[in-house]
Design a protein around this ligand. Structure first.
Ligand code: HEC
Length: 113
């Protein structure tokens, strides 16, 4: 019964514009303290992430930073697991990818420290 209700709410949220989740809002609520769109902060900038990772990797990292950061080459994980709903996860993933640099030259991955 609770699953049905959750499903209904998800479908409702997805089809109702007034409930639409914006990636910008998710960013300001959960990520802004540690990430900036284009400048290095405590965590890497979204533009850099977007030029190096695909949507699946970005989603995986946000969903489970502790284990996925290791597969991305980080020795220690400093990003917390955040309580995002599915539609927030989708919105923030698209938001990050919207910062992907457009030119072929800037698409070349930069070295991660
Ligand atoms: C408390 C600080 C903090 C918060 C809040 C935070 N991050 Fe991070 N994030 C980091 C750090 C530091 C890293 C570098 C890897 C690590 O430490 O695990 C990182 C790494 C990442 C990566 C992978 C970087 C790569 O190399 O591809 C993604 C994607 C990411 N963050 C997205 C987000 C999103 C989206 C949010 C908000 C929903 C968020 N982060 C909130 C600190 C944070």
């Amino acid at each position: 019964m609770r699953n049905l209700l959750a499903l209904f709410l998800m479908v409702f949220a997805a089809t109702s514009p007034s409930w639409a989740v914006s990636g910008q809002k998710v960013f300001e609520t959960y990520c802004w303290g540690c990430h900036h769109q284009t400048a290095m902060a405590f965590g890497p900038p979204f533009a850099q992430i977007a030029s190096q990772r695909d949507a699946a990797t970005i989603r995986a990292m946000i969903s489970d930073p502790e284990s996925v950061s290791r597969t991305l080459g980080y020795r220690r994980n400093a990003m917390p697991k955040l309580p995002l709903r599915e539609e927030e996860l989708q919105a923030i993933t698209a938001y990050i990818l919207s910062y992907k640099p457009q030119t072929a030259e800037s698409n070349t991955p930069k070295a991660v420290k």
